[in-house]
Design a protein around this ligand. Sequence first.
Ligand code: ACM
Length: 277
Amino acid sequence: MQTLKVAAIQNQPEFGNIKANLHDLIGLLPPECDLAVLPELCATGYQFRDRDELRSMAEIIAPDQEPGPITSRLTDVASASGTTIIAGVAELAAGSSENGLEDTSEKIFNSSVLIRPDGTREIYRKIHLFLDEKKIFDAGDLGFSVVEACGIKVGMMICFDWIFPEAARTLALMGAQVLAHPSNLVLPYCPEAMITRSLENRVFSLTANRIGREMRSDSPLEFIGLSQVVSPSGQLMARLGNNETGAATATINIVETDKKITAANDIFADRRPQYYR
Ligand code: ACM
């Protein structure tokens, strides 16, 4: 039996006040936690006015480079606490080499970084951008991946990825046992939908959202909170309200991610992909 203490952290960042936002986030981490997921763009805020403003707060997070200030600070915290931390960060990166062609132009991704207590890192770059994100971020170019951390297999997705069932399905088919889902949700549907994503893939999901409002353009945004932990049988193990900061915590048993749902049914072995279009 493998049990872990997990948490989805819910904060209320003040736009651009990275130092104070990091301080608040770190204060919300529960003790003796194996895995903590923080919201999307957790320390900067969400509603950047333009690409220049975004660039001024974006940082390097790639595992083979010296990281920026948010990632460095969270690396220290992961090391001191023994907690694997997953956090949404605006990522400054050089272009990738898709199609074998080197692209050295600047890229800024809406990313999440997984930081292990030993200081090693993994990254995910948001594939499905939401609303005005399309104007200022580059769409993720690394695909989905599943990584080992704290003794389990973790798949990362970010916020609006939830509405594409392919995201959670792809991660689960790759072996993810836990979906780590940093979010800045404004539409009301995701918390209920993630119950189905967990159930149909028999995985745990940790959705970490924020609360509060941002009014930095003509379209103010209100974030819905409701950070949660859901079990592979669709049980809501923990959920915060829509107007509180804190940590939704649960003790999870990885054995429950077994795909056998009845004596005769394994939900992955029973798939009939030849009929799926
Ligand atoms: C979102 O993807 N931040 C809604």
